[in-house]
Design a binder for this molecule. Structure first.
Ligand SMILES: *[C@@H]1O[C@H](CO)[C@@H](O)[C@H](O)[C@H]1NC(C)=O
Ligand SMILES: *[C@@H]1O[C@H](CO)[C@@H](O)[C@H](O)[C@H]1NC(C)=O
Ligand SMILES: *[C@@H]1O[C@H](CO)[C@@H](O)[C@H](O)[C@H]1NC(C)=O
Ligand SMILES: *[C@@H]1O[C@H](CO)[C@@H](O)[C@H](O)[C@H]1NC(C)=O
Ligand SMILES: [Zn+2]
Length: 452
């Protein structure tokens, strides 16, 4: 989605005033929300700092990573955190903030969030998506409010509060801000995870983004599904539209689509019967079909084409056997005997480097899980049954290294609005989340056991 012209023009003007940027930006944004009394009253509070971060437009296709990183760096300086900027791709920096532990030889704790967000269509919003307007009932409207600038700032606020109490972590704590999560992470985590710098962090456990919960329990995610792009192509004899003959390209492709629809139904039936969650089965959804011979008015209607193609979004839970699915594709969905070919675009790993399913254990065999659970309970939080995320996050890159990672965003009693119009987070929920992270950070960073 494109940026509207007015936004582009405003940005251009701002770049002319680059020496005064931060000050001017905050002033102009202040005046953009004149009704917001609480904002005027509290010039610098956890909420206003969150609003400030939300007002930096890091939506694709033109995320302003420079502005976001310079804001976060200034925050880190208040918190006496070490800062390191890694630039594996020009203009796509990764920001690493570090709070050294008293025993830095122990594996560290990593708190991850992404800098970018998906685009927003301002005309469909009740408030401009990058104004972070706070309504009278405490809703803060902004793209990124739930996904996932909330956690990016909550980590810092929790650290600030722990520092104010003179808390000293045993394990080193890293807070990481990465670009490009929303577009696949190829210039973000994919590069970071392969770097010497990452290895040196000696990470033992990671918290990454989760999802809001409409109920009273926090949700936690122990795995993502692995996305595959599947393209199947059929070739066959072309022929007159009036003739019935065997093995036309369209006919062969449609046979495949039928077989795949049956498989899709068998998976969906398990979900409908309540035996598995949506994210626990293999989903296969058609996303495009390409065939036909174009004519000035559409398509030639009396010719059977010699080529036909269809694309599918396929998602595998970590429990699925990718080799079995590949065999099914080769034997049934795009068999060479039907003159079909296929291509699988694997968008990320499905096994970790040791060949184990890409998931973090959520039972007592994983001591980090126990510490996590207790830290939530300690602040009166309840956890829902751990889930597989139906979509995909950067956590897959971390789990591939065999490092345990949980997806968790402390938001409950709120609608799931990620990627939606009018994304918002309530101030009270945001503030409570800071408390939750204080508990998590203090427990995780104090956890002993050098063997981990
Ligand atoms: C990014 O934000 C900064 C600070 O607000 C601004 O000066 C700059 O012009 C922005 N860059 C782009 C490309 O919009
Ligand atoms: C990086 O950003 C700078 C400043 O906006 C711009 O001049 C430069 O062309 C960008 N480089 C790349 C590789 O996009
Ligand atoms: C495969 O293509 C060949 C060559 O065009 C053709 O003779 C044969 O009938 C086709 N078979 C099928 C099953 O489509
Ligand atoms: C934990 O879960 C894994 C995977 O489901 C299982 O193999 C293992 O036996 C479980 N361990 C304990 C202690 O429950
Ligand atoms: Zn996200």
């Amino acid at each position: 989605m494109c940026q509207p012209r007015s936004t582009m023009a405003k940005r251009h003007q701002q770049s002319l005033l680059s020496t005064l940027t931060l000050l001017l930006l905050s002033l102009s944004l202040l005046s953009a929300t004149p009704q917001d009394d609480r904002y005027q009253q509290e010039q610098d509070s956890p909420i206003t700092r969150f609003q400030h971060y939300l007002r930096i437009n890091t939506a694709h296709p033109n995320p302003n990573y420079t502005a976001a990183i310079s804001f976060l760096k200034s925050q880190a300086q208040h918190h006496h955190l070490q800062t390191l900027t890694l630039e594996f791709t020009p203009n796509k920096s990764i920001l690493l903030l570090t709070w050294p532990g008293s025993n830095p030889s122990l594996p560290s704790i990593l708190l991850n969030s992404h800098l970018d967000s998906v685009p927003a269509e301002p005309s469909k919003w009740v408030h401009p998506p990058f104004a972070a307007v706070r309504s009278d009932d405490g809703k803060i409207f902004a793209r990124g409010a739930q996904d996932d600038k909330c956690i990016g700032m909550q980590y810092l606020e929790a650290i600030r509060n722990l520092q104010a109490e003179n808390f000293v972590p045993v394990r080193t704590i890293h807070v990481l801000y990465v670009p490009d999560e929303e577009i696949g992470g190829l210039d973000g985590w994919a590069k970071l995870v392969a770097s010497r710098e990452f290895e040196e962090l000696n990470v033992g456990f990671v918290l990454d983004e989760g999802q809001a919960s409409p109920g009273d329990e926090f949700r936690v995610f122990y795995a993502d599904r692995s996305p595959w792009g599947l393209v199947i192509k059929a070739k066959g004899m072309p022929g007159h539209g009036s003739r019935m003959f065997d093995n036309g390209a369209m006919e062969n492709l449609m046979k495949s689509v039928e077989v795949m629809s049956k498989f899709r139904e068998s998976q969906f039936d398990v979900v409908k019967a309540g035996l598995a969650a949506n994210s626990e089965v293999i989903s296969v959804n058609p996303v495009y079909m390409k065939a036909g011979i174009p004519s000035p008015t559409g398509f030639v209607m009396n010719m059977q084409p010699s080529e036909a193609e269809a694309g599918f979004d396929v998602r595998l839970p970590p429990t699925a056997d990718p080799d079995l699915l590949k065999k099914r594709i080769a034997d049934e969905w795009a068999p060479a005997t039907r003159n079909m070919t296929y291509q699988i675009i694997e968008k990320g790993p499905i096994r970790d480097y040791t060949g184990r399913p890409l998931m973090t254990l959520t039972n007592d065999s994983n001591p980090w899980w126990s510490v996590f659970k207790q830290a939530i309970t300690a602040v009166g939080g309840k956890l829902a049954k751990p889930e597989i995320l139906p979509s995909t996050t950067d956590a897959r890159f971390i789990r591939q290294m065999g490092i345990p990672a949980l997806g968790f965003s402390p938001m409950k009693n709120i609608p799931i609005l990620l990627h939606d119009h009018n994304e918002f987070l309530k101030d009270t929920i945001y503030l409570n989340g800071i408390k939750v992270y204080e508990s998590l950070i203090s427990s995780l960073s104090s956890y002993g056991g050098a063997s981990l």
